[in-house]
Design a protein around this ligand. Sequence first.
Ligand SMILES: [Zn+2]
Ligand SMILES: [Zn+2]
Length: 56
Amino acid sequence: MAACPGKFKNRTCYGMVHKCKSCGGVGCDRDGCSNQGFKLSKCLKCGKIGNRENVR
Ligand SMILES: [Zn+2]
Ligand SMILES: [Zn+2]
């Protein structure tokens, strides 16, 4: 499982990174992370919901 390299509250996030099956966007699902790409299963790039997979 890929660990998120983004920053969360001044620390490295290490959250789970997901990939959107629609737009290919990769991002973290943690609200407030600098690498955030999803919010409550919704892709922030294309707006699709529940269309993501885990990045390995
Ligand atoms: Zn993150
Ligand atoms: Zn997307």
